[in-house]
Design a protein around this ligand. Structure first.
Ligand code: AMP
Ligand code: GLY
Length: 438
């Protein structure tokens, strides 16, 4: 089978790497990919939003299955276009991708199918006065969310009424364009966040792993929000029973609901959860793997990802059992200084060769270019260094031992990925040994 992966980040590198290892895959293409991905796939310069170009590439090269990495082409209907042309795709249609593409749709959907989530009100731009009046009545903390895709910037967790009012005014004044013409204003939930990943074929759904990511740019969860500065899998916050509860109360009803609406869900369903005192509640659905969550989920997969993706696209997932290992994975994202704002491009990264062959270490490229024998940084998030280990501490040690070998003065990364889970494990250890001592 010949597979095409659409996208160019670390997530897409991990997808190409997993597919290249599949016994049923004999060729991996990536559009557009990057120079690091070129180790595992043939990169073709077609942009992820160039649907006609992707279609032409599929026809020219006899692609049997397209795996779409990012959300934008899914929400914009790439899978619909491919299916019309008779090409199999792993990912939801535009109608099913509304689970990520419209927060207002998802709120209504949760209400209709009894999925636990924050209670919310939906306001359109012409209802600004009503929205502000509702806010004054409700008070803070409160969460203001742009309805559409806003590159991770459309959510304001307002601690004060003034912040919430400003968020409403800015969104309605056009800060997020069309995406902010409708707002979801919702109850602030307290708890720990964790993510649950499932793979679906429209009918059957199976868990494919849990993870936690670190959105803030700097250590101690400080600084601006980013696409993600690191992640680890599994997360101890989502133990077996909690993950099962989230599958039963959130993921399964969603898959059943989408089928009932006549828009069956196929692909990866990523449930962003808040683990509240009343149990897991849905913060958001994403219709794809997370980035960098894919980089820690795919290496733990024991089942063949090629088979899983094909089965999900064709509707045969009930014949497979998705299995993942007990191993832990932890990913550190290396970014150009200035990220998530503007950053200098073209700086040299030295020492990458030293990481080749290190035990329990994988490197996925996001924003690199290989030129005259040198690796250059050409993006915000540039590299993903993944450590694998028997436990989270070993995964952490391996990832950071590898990061230390990289010589890139113009880059930065967090030194505390996994800190919350590691502290939690250490505390649990202490209480068991105190228990034994007593
Ligand atoms: P979302 O894109 O909807 O997941 O929101 C982005 C981030 O905002 C989440 O990862 C949470 O940290 C935070 N957030 C979203 N909704 C809520 C909520 N109802 N209560 C508290 N924090 C939230
Ligand atoms: N790392 C968060 C996301 O991919 O949405």
């Amino acid at each position: 089978m010949r597979v095409l992966v659409v996208g160019s980040g670390g997530r897409e590198h991990a997808l190409c790497w997993a597919l290249a290892a599949s016994p049923i895959v004999d060729g991996v293409l990536c559009a557009p990919g990057n120079d690091g991905i070129a180790r595992d796939a043939e990169c073709v310069p077609v942009a992820a939003d160039d649907h006609e170009g992707i279609l032409a590439l599929c026809r020219e090269r006899g692609v049997d299955l397209v795996v779409v990495g990012p959300e934008q082409p899914l929400v914009a209907g790439l899978v619909d276009r491919l299916q019309e042309a008779g090409i199999r795709a792993f990912g939801p249609t535009a109608a099913a991708a509304r689970l990520e593409g419209s927060k207002a749709f998802t709120k209504e959907f949760c209400r209709r199918f009894g999925i636990p989530t924050a209670s919310a009100r939906i306001f359109r731009a012409e209802e600004q006065d009503a929205a502000l009046a509702w806010l004054r009545e409700h008070g803070a903390p409160v969460v203001v969310k742009a309805d559409g895709l806003a590159a991770g910037k459309g959510v304001v967790v307002a601690q004060t009424l003034a912040e919430a009012e400003e968020a409403v005014r800015e969104a309605f004044a056009g800060r997020f364009g069309e995406a902010g013409r409708t707002l979801v204003i919702e109850e602030y939930l307290e708890g720990e966040e964790a993510s649950l990943f499932a793979v679906c074929d429209g009918e059957t759904v199976q868990e494919i792993g849990t993870a936690q990511d670190h959105k803030r740019a700097f250590d101690g969860d400080r600084g601006p929000n980013t696409g993600g500065m690191g992640a680890y899998s599994p997360t101890p916050a989502l133990d077996g029973a909690t993950a099962q509860a989230a599958m039963e109360r959130i993921v399964l009803p969603a898959v059943r609901g989408m089928k009932e609406l006549g828009t069956p869900y196929r692909g990866i369903l990523y449930a962003g959860l808040m683990l509240t005192a009343e149990g897991p509640k849905l913060l958001e659905f994403n219709v794809r793997f997370g980035d960098p969550e894919a980089q820690v989920i795919l290496p733990r997969l024991m089942s063949d990802f090629g088979e899983i993706a094909l089965a999900a696209a064709e509707g045969g997932l009930r014949h497979l059992k998705v299995r993942f290992s007990d191993e832990h994975a932890l990913c550190v994202v290396l970014a150009s200084r200035g990220y998530p704002g503007s950053c200098v491009k073209g700086t040299e990264i030295r020492g990458l060769g030293r990481l080749a062959g290190m035990e329990g270490v994988l490197v996925f490229h996001a924003g690199t270019k290989h030129e005259d024998g040198r690796w250059l940084a050409v993006g915000g998030r540039v590299l993903n260094v993944v450590g694998l280990g028997r436990d989270l501490v070993e995964a952490y040690d391996r990832a950071y031992a590898a990061v230390k070998l990289i010589d890139w003065p113009e880059g930065f990364w967090r030194s505390d990925i996994g800190h919350r889970a590691i502290r939690r494990l250490a505390a649990a250890d202490r209480s068991t040994s105190e228990g034994r001592g007593a």
